[in-house]
Ligand binder design. Structure first.
Ligand code: PLP
Length: 401
């Protein structure tokens, strides 16, 4: 059976051009970038060349790029590192952040920090006025994601960054989903700290980077050999770093073309499923301030998990929300934050297209979704009972932990 991968927000395949670039650093130039001999020097040169390439794309300086293991580490470092360096232990963040920011903030709260989680509207846009209000109280760091991993909402980062600068608050953005898809200029967008991850833009897994604006008060959270100018100890993942930089260069070169193509695919999919009654798109309208490859659909009277399994049986890989929360039976915190009723939030399906996705794949996905929703609704006890409130109550009871 042909398999169709529509889960690019969870991870992307490695680009063959990236693999080719990485290969010598496993087999021939395998030196430790800290070693003084020629093997080490070759590795160091590759790391520094990669740093320059990444910096150029973001309009940063090379020494403002710190390589690490990915988005989770970047988010932890930003929050913990700033709180550690600051007398003010206050964090402002939003209700729709990835768990790497959300859970780290909650941990810091347990350790004595004050955290304010700002509301978002029904499309997932953070309330800028609420952030301004939250920043009226002295705040060490504000962390607002650039693009949401579940519903694709692109936040007004430049505006928030400007507000933070005026207040003297350090501004961090989790750009894991947007790097390689959206234009990022750290200067124009008033960003102090940014986290990114290679495996979201056709690079390798387990490698990422942080942008740390020169002069930002932040301390490392990992201690050891003092690599990455003391900000991130640990032997550099040379092949991974080389791959990440190559992947980012390719993504940047192909960004506009690919974004336009993915937007058309998203429109095709939404048009296709519009025939299905009691369905909708979660997040901003397709084609507006939303990641072009993200389509998050909602269906009444079905459960997202069942849909994902049935889609998988048809060879289509997609998701109900964030890959990290698939073991969690509670409704997605993002869908709850946009004010969906819990049982509506459970009927969601996230489709994220990628470079390999074709119109044919989308048509097959539409056909499969229509068939699956019809089948699930036929067997759904909820569909038979016209009283939705009973369904709602039963659902909430089953899913309240
Ligand atoms: N932040 C966002 C928005 C993400 O989507 C993810 C991964 O899904 C992460 C952070 C974590 O990144 P990583 O997998 O590199 O640890």
């Amino acid at each position: 059976m042909k398999r169709i991968y529509l889960d690019h927000a969870a991870t992307t395949p490695l680009d063959a051009r990236v693999l080719k670039e990485m290969e010598p650093y496993f087999l021939e130039n395998y030196g430790n970038a800290s070693s003084l001999h020629s093997f080490g020097r070759e590795a160091r040169e590759a790391v520094e060349k990669s740093r320059e390439a990444v910096a150029k794309i973001l309009n940063a300086k090379p020494d403002e790029i710190v390589f690490n293991s990915g988005g989770t580490e970047g988010d932890n470092t930003a929050l913990r590192g700033v709180i550690k360096a600051s007398k003010t232990k206050r964090i402002v963040t939003s209700k729709i952040e990835h768990h790497a920011v959300e859970h780290t903030s909650k941990e810091l709260e347990k350790e004595g920090a004050e955290v304010e989680f700002v509301e978002v509207d029904s499309e997932g846009f953070v309330d800028v006025a609420a952030i301004e209000k939250a920043l009226a109280k002295e705040t060490a760091i504000a962390s607002i994601m650039h693009a949401n991993n579940e519903i694709g909402t692109i936040e007004p980062i430049a505006e928030i960054g400007e507000m933070c600068r005026e207040k003297g608050t350090i501004f961090h953005t989790d750009a894991v989903q947007s790097v390689g898809k959206e234009k990022i200029d750290v200067e124009k967008m008033n960003i102090d700290l940014l986290s990114a991850s290679g495996h979201k833009f056709y690079g390798p897994k387990g490698v990422g980077f942080m942008y740390i604006k020169k002069g930002t008060k932040i301390l490392p959270i990992l201690h050891g050999g003092g690599h990455e100018k003391g900000m991130r100890s640990g032997t550099e993942n040379v092949a991974g770093i080389v791959g990440l930089a190559k992947a980012l260069e390719i993504a940047e070169n192909e960004r506009e073309k690919e974004t336009a193509r993915e937007k058309k695919l998203a429109e095709r999919l939404v048009k296709g499923i519009s025939e299905i009654g009691n369905s909708w798109v979660n997040g901003p309208e397709i084609g507006s301030k939303r990641l072009s490859n993200n389509i998050n659909l909602g269906f009444d009277f079905v459960e997202g998990e069942s849909m994902v399994f049935m889609m998988d049986e048809k060879g289509i890989a997609c998701s109900t929300g964030s890959a990290c929360s698939t073991k969690d039976l509670n409704p997605s915190h993002v869908l709850m934050a946009i004010n969906l009723k819990p049982w509506k939030a459970h009927g969601s399906l996230r489709i994220t297209t990628g470079r390999g996705t074709t119109e044919k794949d989308i048509d097959y996905a539409v056909e499969s979704i229509s068939e699956i929703v019809k089948r699930l609704r036929e067997i759904s006890p909820l569909r038979k009972g016209k009283d939705i409130s009973k369904f709602e109550k039963g659902f909430e009871e089953r899913h309240s932990h």
